[in-house]
Design a protein around this ligand. Structure first.
Ligand SMILES: [Zn+2]
Length: 183
């Protein structure tokens, strides 16, 4: 979903939207898929760019880091960014010094259109913890799967192969479900 910030009114704008977030690669092996996200932000013109402040929430689908079971994991957070457009529209904004404390929040884009799905995707990626296990969503790891993982643990190659096969299988399964769902 694209939003053109060059059309922002001088008084700014509040957006409260449902945004489709693209799937993304997380860690070494897994691809995390995202449910539609709720995005509520205020956009305001400042001398350094368009300030974007608000909240996002969604639920991601990922695999438990221990037993590899699929988990639905809720993610939410706050964000504050300075969107810096490119081109002639961007030239009106003041450059930000590197030592400016707000410089870490600088979000440069090529033109004047911001991709809100991509914006949320990055925030979700940042908000995810280092690893997620069944316990985090009030479940117990699948015992048979844990034992299989433990057996493979000694053999790094077997473990990697197992992950790859599992992902292939689960991706195929999910794709099938999705295709059937859209018929
Ligand atoms: Zn687990």
């Amino acid at each position: 979903m694209l939003f053109d910030i060059s059309e922002l009114a001088p008084t700014g704008r509040h957006l409260d939207l449902i945004v489709t977030v693209p799937a993304f690669r997380w860690g070494d092996a897994q691809v995390v898929s995202c449910a539609e996200a709720r995005l509520a932000i205020d956009l305001r013109r400042t001398r350094r760019g368009i300030e974007c402040a608000g909240r996002f929430s969604t639920e991601v689908s990922l695999c438990c880091s221990r037993c590899l079971a699929r988990l639905a994991y809720p993610v939410e957070g706050r964000m504050r960014l300075f969107i810096r457009p490119g081109g002639t529209f961007g030239a009106q904004f003041e450059a930000m010094e590197e030592d400016d404390p707000d410089a870490v929040d600088l979000y440069p884009i090529e033109g004047t259109e911001i991709d809100l799905g991509e914006l949320v995707r990055e925030q979700v990626d940042l908000a995810l913890p280092y690893r997620v296990v069944c316990d985090d969503v009030g479940r117990r790891c699948e015992r048979a799967a844990l034992e299989a993982v433990a057996r493979d643990e000694a053999d790094e190659e077997a473990r990697r192969e197992r992950w790859a096969k599992l992902y292939e299988f689960r991706t195929r399964l999910e794709r099938g479900e999705r295709d059937r769902g859209s018929e």
